[in-house]
Design a protein around this ligand. Structure first.
Ligand code: SF4
Length: 168
């Protein structure tokens, strides 16, 4: 029997061209939709929209308070950490069938690494965080291959990610 099912892989929704970013734009990745989609069945999620926020919405960044990362609007007026945590708690169990995840870089929600953390004065404290959704993904599924879309431009990193997806 010939099986033709593609491999289920999660992806940040803005990378598929969906207008879900805070400015109602997207970050369409032609490589993902044009090439990887031949092999991967993408399941897209926008954690910020899933949290009940709309597009457009105020831009957000991470701050650290009492050792905890918080997702707040850049004007400091709104804290969306609980909304995001509720979404994470609801969404995480349903992601078990995925065999990999492609994340949008630099996002306080989806960024895999080197995400900026600001202090109350709006200055960068450090760049060592992951976005809240990406961090939860790593915690819940430590073996799931994750990669940022921008890093797929590097031949070695791309091959490595695809190989890990097939193995996983
Ligand atoms: S980076 Fe993540 S949270 Fe931000 S728009 Fe894209 S999918 Fe949504």
């Amino acid at each position: 029997m010939i099986r033709s099912a593609k491999i289920p892989v999660g992806i940040s929704a803005c990378l598929l061209g969906l207008e879900v970013r805070h400015d109602k734009g997207h970050k369409h990745s032609r490589y993902c939709t044009g090439v990887l989609s031949r092999y991967f069945e993408f399941r897209s999620l926008c954690p910020e929209m899933g949290s009940g926020l709309s597009a457009p919405r105020k831009a957000m960044h991470l701050t650290e308070q009492d050792g905890m990362l918080r997702l707040i609007t850049t004007d400091g007026l709104r804290d969306h950490t609980e909304l995001m945590q509720d979404f994470i708690d609801r969404a995480m169990p349903s992601l078990a069938p995925l065999r990999g995840y492609i994340l949008m870089a630099k996002s306080p929600s989806c960024g895999m690494e080197r995400i900026r953390v600001y202090n109350d004065d709006g200055h960068v404290q450090h760049r060592e965080a992951s976005g809240l959704f990406a961090a939860a993904l790593q915690r819940h599924y430590p073996l799931m291959p994750l990669e940022e879309e921008g890093r797929l431009n590097d031949d070695t990193l791309r091959e490595n990610f695809i190989e890990r997806v097939f193995l996983y």
